[in-house]
Design a protein around this ligand. Structure first.
Ligand code: HSE
Length: 307
């Protein structure tokens, strides 16, 4: 195979109680990327549609992730990349992760899959480091593995794929402002109290158990974040109102998607996810906030070949 076209999914990182460790992949939102082999031992970004992003390899997340893969490969050629960028940067649904993960996944396919998913995550994390100064894996891991993933440890990197209940749907609303992950990390405190830790790891354990047992009620009881959400939500228009109305409309839980400004809610079944979407839309329409909105099943496949 000389060329491949892939779908690179958007992702929801943190999922309330799992800051920097938990994430899930979406089905209905993502970029498309074409990657082809070239004889030169380098990465070239030749085209980016949809967004104004740098084409220079060292300054582009897919370029940097691709270079990390090339450095560990005995392949003597390189790759050319074209990106149809449909996920807006700074939206909180893993725009940089989709490009980094999509690039290395596609390259691995073209090389006959010499690398494991764990290694691909390590390469893609270099893209995240370029985008946000921190090589976090909670977007790139679900983008590559699909479904929910847990980063049990960063050193050594240990990614655990988590079971996905079949009726779980996500609603994501993106108020049309941009928040850079690097900026929204700077405002966080670097220490937490023991009491906050107890609440958070109780909820994270509860959420993982709920996902494995398809216990939607337990999933809902666990979707809380008492550490990051109270600080970051101040940057997001009408966050408290959107959240309260979503829960009222039947969502299991609602929180900030990644570093925001997108807000996500999880629901049991598509009809409930639609009701939550209607309530979110109405809330923003009433106060005049422009938005994009998506409803998606959890994508259990991750990056996938489309041509
Ligand atoms: N865990 C990261 C953060 C995700 O919240 O900063 C960024 O998408």
């Amino acid at each position: 195979m000389e060329e491949i076209k892939v779908f690179c999914p958007a992702t929801i990182a943190n999922v309330s109680c799992g800051f920097d460790v938990l994430g899930l992949a979406l089905d209905s939102v993502g970029d498309e990327m074409t990657v082809r082999k070239i004889p030169e031992n380098t990465i070239r970004i030749t085209k980016i549609l949809g967004q104004d992003l740098p084409l220079e390899t060292d300054n582009n997340v897919s370029g940097v992730a691709g270079l990390a893969l090339l450095a560990k490969s005995d392949y003597e050629g390189g790759f050319e990349i074209e990106i149809d960028k449909r996920i807006k940067p700074g939206s909180g649904i893993g725009s940089s992760a989709a490009s980094s993960a999509g690039a290395v996944w596609a390259m691995n396919e073209l090389l006959g899959k010499p690398f494991s998913n764990l290694e691909l995550v390590q390469f893609a994390m270099q893209g995240e480091k370029l985008a946000s100064d921190v090589a976090h894996a909670d977007n790139v891991a679900p983008a590559i593995y699909g479904g929910f993933t847990l980063v049990r440890s960063y050193d050594p990197l240990d990614i655990i794929p988590i079971s996905t209940p079949s009726e779980l749907y996500a609603t994501v609303i993106h108020p049309q402002i941009e928040i850079k992950t690097s900026d929204s990390r700077k405002i966080l405190r670097t220490t937490i109290s023991l009491a906050q830790g107890i609440q958070q790891w109780g909820n994270l354990g509860g959420l993982i158990a709920g996902l494995y047992q398809s216990d939607y009620d337990l999933i809902g009881r666990s979707l809380h974040d008492h550490i990051v959400e109270p600080i970051r939500s101040i940057l997001i228009p009408a966050f408290d109102k959107i959240k309260a109305n979503s829960i009222e409309a039947g969502a299991l839980g609602c929180g900030i998607s990644g570093s925001g400004p997108s807000i996500f809610a999880l629901s049991k079944g598509e009809a409930n996810a639609q009701k939550v979407a209607d309530s979110m839309k109405e809330t923003y329409k009433n106060i005049g906030v422009a938005f994009d909105i998506h409803i998606s099943k959890v994508n259990t496949q991750g990056v996938k070949k489309i041509a």
